[in-house]
Design a protein around this ligand. Structure first.
Ligand code: ADP
Ligand code: ASP
Ligand code: MG
Length: 463
């Protein structure tokens, strides 16, 4: 059995969906379990409907609902030739549009949107795309079965970033999905959405369809997890900044995790964790170019080729500077600092210490004032926003100190606010001003990947 996940751009219109069906058909002997996202742009629009409703802009919200309805009706028109399913799906789309209007109306009356209603509204994107794709497969003579992910992706109540309850998910997935797949049905279901077990819809965080697919791939011990997207695989940098970014043929779980964590949108940050547990290979592939093998992500054999593999960046970072003449270097100083971070559930993305100060990079500023006020009781604290972490990832960086020198000489004209090397030593990160992201990424890419053999990476590692 394999798991195949198709992202928003892979299902954005009827031509893309036809391509997806061909790709799935070519894998039928391997018993695919198919996860789909909402059509590209739909989740953003749904969330916009929620915020417009809360602002009382009902007409604008209604216009967006009408757009979403028309977009899915067009898909049905183009993909479903038979009258009966066509009418059924049209009916369903009307019901969903009606439900969205009711939700929008309720939010506008209250004037406020809760996480719970955001999740319910966001779920319509995946619910619409998946029912149409499942039927389109049927029409194309694929023996398929539609399963609503809320039947098996059982989560806690942390709306908008709900945490799957693995033992329950495992039990449900084994009962609901496995027998269908083993009996030759192509199961079509949704990524991103789940339920809290009491029938209330949840979502597992933006971009979470990758994570849904890898959770189920791991729990059902799939042979392979395939993430189908709109680029040829994991690239050496974000292609919207570096047009000449190259495809990476092979990388390790650690490299892919670090890269996703530090902002490479191609994979949700948690995608790799479940795959590591069961050592399941993950492929990142292009649904517009399916003959290409994409990027293979595995445990690796400890003999990795190349030094730097890719560059990522994380925007909207705030730096906190802590100084304490009184307590500094006292053994419990850092403990006191991190107790405050933990109190407000703030994650430190990078930390650097010197004789007289500690600098911490964070992205969640929702409790910034509380955090500063608590810390100011034992240290001076100041903050500066508008920063970004740029990060170079590669298993062999730790064995090649020379590459660090090359990174910093390439960035000699960029103001670097802070440097950090993770404990895993497979990444080097530095904080720059947000305005400098593009320049920093381009300079690094030119230095490290224009001619990969110059950093010991054999050319065949990249395309
Ligand atoms: P999907 O809808 O398939 O989940 P996403 O938009 O979430 O697709 O992720 C794919 C996008 O990630 C690509 O189109 C690309 O612009 C962006 N991206 C950023 N960094 C990288 C990288 N290092 N490698 C590949 N793609 C990247
Ligand atoms: N549709 C969801 C989003 O846009 C989940 C996903 O695409 O992975 O965030
Ligand atoms: Mg994605």
């Amino acid at each position: 059995m394999i798991v195949m996940k198709f992202g928003g751009t892979s299902v954005e219109d009827s031509d893309s969906i036809r391509r997806v069906i061909e790709i799935v058909k070519s894998e039928i002997p391997r018993k695919p379990l198919v996860f789909v996202s909402a059509c590209a742009g739909v989740t953003n629009r749904l969330l916009r409907i929620a915020s417009l409703s809360a602002e009382g802009k009902k007409d604008e919200a209604n216009d967006l609902i009408t757009d979403i309805k028309a977009r899915h009706e067009k898909l049905v028109e183009e993909l479903i030739p038979s009258d009966l399913p066509k009418n059924y799906l049209r009916g369903k789309i009307s019901v969903y549009a009606h439900e969205l209007k009711n939700l929008s109306q309720a939010i506008s009356v209250i004037g406020e949107v809760t996480g719970r209603s955001l999740d319910t509204i966001a779920s319509y994107g995946e619910r619409l795309s998946s029912m149409i794709i499942a039927q389109a497969m049927e029409e194309d003579s694929v023996k398929s079965m539609f399963v609503d992910a809320r039947e098996f992706m059982i989560t806690d109540d942390h709306y908008t970033k709900a945490v799957p309850l693995f033992p329950v998910v495992e039990e449900r997935a084994k009962k609901l999905l496995l027998p269908l797949a083993l009996n030759g049905y192509v199961v079509v279901t949704q990524g991103f959405i789940g339920s809290n077990g009491k029938g209330i819809t949840t979502t597992i965080g933006r971009g979470g369809s990758d994570y849904s697919a890898s959770i189920i791939g791991s729990l059902l011990e799939a042979e392979e997890i395939q993430i189908w997207t709109d680029v040829d695989g994991v690239l050496t940098a974000d292609p919207s900044i570096v047009g000449a970014a190259r495809r990476i043929r092979k990388m390790t779980f650690n490299e892919a995790s670090e890269l996703a964590y530090f902002g490479a949108r191609v994979l949700h940050p948690k995608t790799i964790l479940p795959a590591v547990d069961k050592n399941i290979p993950v492929y990142v592939r292009n649904s517009r170019n399916p003959s290409y093998r994409g990027t293979l992500i595995t445990k690796g054999d400890g003999n990795e080729e190349g030094i730097a593999k890719s560059i990522a960046y994380k925007e909207r970072i705030t730096l906190l500077n802590l100084e304490s003449s009184r307590m500094f270097l006292a053994p419990d100083f850092l403990e006191a600092v991190f107790a405050v971070f933990s109190k407000y559930h703030v994650i430190a993305h990078a930390v650097a210490t010197s004789e007289v100060s500690v600098t911490v990079a964070i992205d969640d500023t929702s409790h910034l004032e509380d955090l500063k006020s608590d810390i100011s009781e034992f240290a001076e604290i100041s903050s500066s926003g508008g920063k970004a972490i740029v990060c170079v990832v590669g298993e062999n960086i730790r064995y090649n100190p020379g590459v660090v020198g090359r990174i910093f000489s390439a960035l000699k004209d960029i103001r670097i606010n802070m440097i950090s090397q993770g404990a895993s030593e497979i990444n080097i990160g530095f904080v720059v001003d947000e305005n400098d992201i593009e320049a920093a990424v381009r300079l690094l890419h030119a230095e490290l990947f224009a001619n990969p053999s110059s950093q010991g990476s054999p050319d065949q590692l990249f395309d």
